[in-house]
Design a protein around this ligand. Sequence first.
Ligand code: BLA
Length: 513
Amino acid sequence: MADKTIDLTNCDREPIHIPGLIQPHGVLLVLQDSHLEIMQVSNNTRKIIGYQPEELLGKQLSYLLDAKQIQKIQQCLTEDFESINPLDLSLKHSNKSMYFDGIVHRLDSVIILELEPKKAKQKTDFVDFYHQVKGTITRIQKAPTLLEMCQIVVKEVRHITGFERVMVYRFDQEGAGCVIAEDTDQEIPYLDLHYPPSDIPKQARHLYILNWLRLIPDVNYQPVALIPPNHPLTNQPLDLSLSVLRSVSPIHLEYMRNMGVTASMSISLMQNQQLWGLIACHHSSPKYIPYNIRTTCEFIGQVMSVELANKEASEDIDYKMQLKSLQTQFVEALSQTKYFLDGMVQLKSQLLNLVKATGVVIYSSNQCIQIGETPSEAEVHALLNWIKPQLDQGVFETPSLSKNYPDGASFSAIASGVLALEISRVHHNYIIWFRPEVIQTVNWGGNPHKPVEVLSDGSFQMSPRKSFELWQETVRGYALPWKLCEITAVTELRSLIVGIVLRQADELASMNF
Ligand code: BLA
């Protein structure tokens, strides 16, 4: 009987870094570190550089390249590969001169050299590169908001590469993504479409953190095997994580065909060492992008990555100022009242405004004060008991309580969003803010719940979606998410009031004594 226990983690287990195959738009040579002896080659050397693979295996690289070029590669071995790639290489076969971009990287004890043919001997000139990107970088830096920066980037990348569609695709916390900016001449826009996490599985995201750019010039390519198939020193498949020619997962190729895409390029966008999103480019016919243009796009992705933090920090600047002034009002009011609770109650509306909540509960010792729309006292009590073990540095937050706390479903209309703050565990002081459910329609690029196909024999097969038709879903049980600046504001508030609260509690204890 067929195994019906298919789950999406199957996708995450495909070892895409060791396909044993490359894409055919270049050749790959594996060289021994010290002598540059050719130990493994891709089975397309005859077509691209004129030599049979068997003729090359066991030879030194000097069989192909002259002394000056070998010296360039040797120099590479002692320096930072990244800054040297691509090497401007040429070789002769049957009196014919051929020119290549040489892309080299080290992998344990071997050197991987990839050659991508180019038409003429054109040096990659730094001054040209600088002129090409200077204007773009200035525009990126000057963009007043994150969204405007994304809009500039998609325009610039499309202008530089000529792709039919260029998008900024941003991941959310669960790994699903949304197209937040797009420049295209195609009829159907992808802007604001969401895609499920499984469209880009975990190991692929990991690879995209290691290297900034990948290119698939033609989805209908014939993959090229390596000869011999395994790494000659380890007898294991060669790790192609950093190879620019690495053959693409067949599942993703099927996905691209289903989407009507023939060529694609994607550039990583990083923030705090994590993949924040991708610049994704599509073309409906084969399209090769030369290495120097890829470098320019990669550089744009890197600059945008740095700017992400700056733009996010400058967003909500007015709101952040307002939060600061509210914090000061709390400290003033609290230091003038005898009991924490009295001080808090005086500032009812400020307490709600502080994090744009519609309800708040204040716990002080065993008293519980409810302001605005909140669940009942008994419900809040049970909720607090559930929250306590989950407090992280005194804070708990969720935009969708009922997803993890099923009892919350009965009051999700008024309290889908919960932000809880522990002021003092000993004195049982807590503040819990609530936000109501916001029912929203999410536009998906195809039905996200159907990545698995049922076959005619009743078994299941992991498969990317076949249909990318707009699919609408009504999402319930979610409130507007708590912004980072709001969470920061309440944690700062705690540091400000904790001293006051402890002093008041001590005074109270000594009076009772
Ligand atoms: C890779 N999936 C990718 C990549 C993108 C997407 C951008 C990176 C490779 C590239 O540059 O083309 C997805 N492309 C998108 C999305 C949009 C887009 C969401 O343009 C939206 C506009 N894919 C599936 C399922 C699986 C899967 C169900 O849908 C697994 C069973 C796998 N996607 C998958 C794999 C890769 C991938 C394995 C890695 C491909 C590789 O690098 O070898």
